[in-house]
Design a protein around this ligand. Structure first.
Ligand SMILES: Cc1cc2nc3c(=O)[nH]c(=O)nc-3n(C[C@H](O)[C@H](O)[C@H](O)COP(=O)(O)OP(=O)(O)OC[C@H]3O[C@@H](n4cnc5c(N)ncnc54)[C@H](O)[C@@H]3O)c2cc1C
Ligand code: FES
Length: 340
């Protein structure tokens, strides 16, 4: 009996993961795992149970053309009441998780292992889930809520480590003036502190790699890119070239450059361009916004996947550039680091 890992991602970004038996249709596999997908006929006729399989292989039992057209099938839309997974799969649903899940997102207690400034404004926080608890599985690019110790507040942070590495989680956190998490990290943090980690969340995650990738990261928007790159570096098939555009306001805010340089030795075909907005005389690289580095030749004629992460104005500028340059065939995924 073959089982495969299934990740369901809902419209609000909440994700759940469980093992599904190939012989069970996905609706039934979900029920066994306390997930009640929206359904009606359970016969492949009404389309209520439709989702989009963004990665993995599967087959469908019987269904009508009205419920799933050939075009929808080609786009990898699936009727989950007729679906059997034949490999690990990720499936997205166009409705909120509360409609399918009674349970709350996974919450773990974790212990601070280290918190160090790695640039003038960025703290690297490493936390370890307590040993009596299962680590939270996640997709590279997703995020969690971290509680701010000593307060009732929590903030959202993207995993920066490989998805397979669940023994400890790494986050890169920009220190803001008078921020709750920022103040904790600059004034009060000590190793051994406990904090809750809740999640995972997010629809910004690495899709199967079947064409070149362009990543554009502003500031700590580099964090989820590092999670994706770490995950790619650990895979046998290194796939396609990745071009990373990375920017910060000041040169001393940049972090992660040594780590990025190391991916070449691990066999990744990764190229990097860096730009800083306020460059002083000691900066020898490009100056300006990271989006100023965008050029049509980076997009493989539109046949590429684009990942954008950083402050909202950066994402808006990158999206506007992609539309102006008619790169609509590129698949664009983005995450705005808004205040959480
Ligand atoms: C999905 C998601 C993922 C995120 N991942 C990361 C990450 O990996 N690394 C990271 O550094 N941040 C990330 N953020 C932003 C993060 O959640 C916090 O908003 C940020 O760290 C501020 O927290 P704080 O407690 O220090 O400041 P707060 O107490 O929340 O705010 C202090 C002051 O700063 C302003 N402010 C808050 N957030 C921001 C912001 N993002 N940009 C500019 N001003 C702000 C507030 O309006 C307030 O005036 C993410 C946000 C989202 C929504
Ligand atoms: S529930 Fe009707 S098609 Fe699946």
């Amino acid at each position: 009996m073959n089982t495969h890992n299934v990740t369901l991602v809902f419209e609000d970004g909440r994700a759940v993961r469980f093992d599904a038996n190939e012989d069970d249709n996905l609706y039934f596999a979900c029920l066994k795992n306390k997930v009640r997908l929206l359904t009606d006929c359970l016969e492949g006729a009404c389309a209520t149970c439709k989702g989009l399989c963004t990665s993995g292989t599967y087959y469908l039992d019987e269904y009508t053309d009205e419920a799933l057209t050939a075009e929808e099938f080609a786009k990898r839309e699936v009727l989950t009441c007729q679906m059997h997974v034949t490999s690990d799969c990720v499936i997205e649903f166009p409705y909120e998780s509360k409609l399918a899940l009674k349970s709350k997102p996974d919450v773990r207690m974790a212990t601070v292992v280290a918190a160090d400034m790695v640039s003038s404004t960025v703290s690297q926080l490493v936390v370890k889930p307590n040993s009596d608890q299962e680590p939270i599985p996640f997709l590279p690019g997703q995020y969690v809520h971290l509680a701010v110790p000593g307060t009732d507040e929590h903030r959202s942070y993207s995993f920066a480590n490989a998805a397979s590495e669940t023994g400890a989680y790494t986050f890169y956190i920009k220190i803001l003036e008078n921020g709750e998490m920022s103040n904790y990290l600059t004034s009060n943090v000590k190793s051994g502190d406990e904090m809750t980690v809740e999640g995972p969340f997010g629809r910004f995650y690495m899709r199967p790699i079947n064409r070149p990738i362009l990543m554009v990261a502003g500031g700590t928007g580099l964090a989820p890119m590092l999670s994706m790159l770490d995950t790619m570096a650990g895979q046998d098939n290194k796939g396609f070239p990745v071009h990373l555009l990375y920017g910060a306001n000041h040169a001393e805010e940049l972090f992660g450059l040594d780590q990025i340089a190391g991916y070449g030795e691990q066999g990744l075909d990764l190229s990097l361009e860096v730009s800083v907005v306020d460059a002083d005389n000691s900066w020898e690289g490009e100056s300006g916004h990271v989006t100023d580095l965008l050029r049509p030749d980076l997009l493989n004629g539109g046949d590429c996947d684009v990942y954008l992460c950083g402050p909202p104005p950066m994402i808006d500028a990158a999206n506007a550039w992609l539309v102006e340059n008619d790169m609509r065939s590129a698949q664009i995924y983005s995450e705005k680091f808004v205040a959480s």
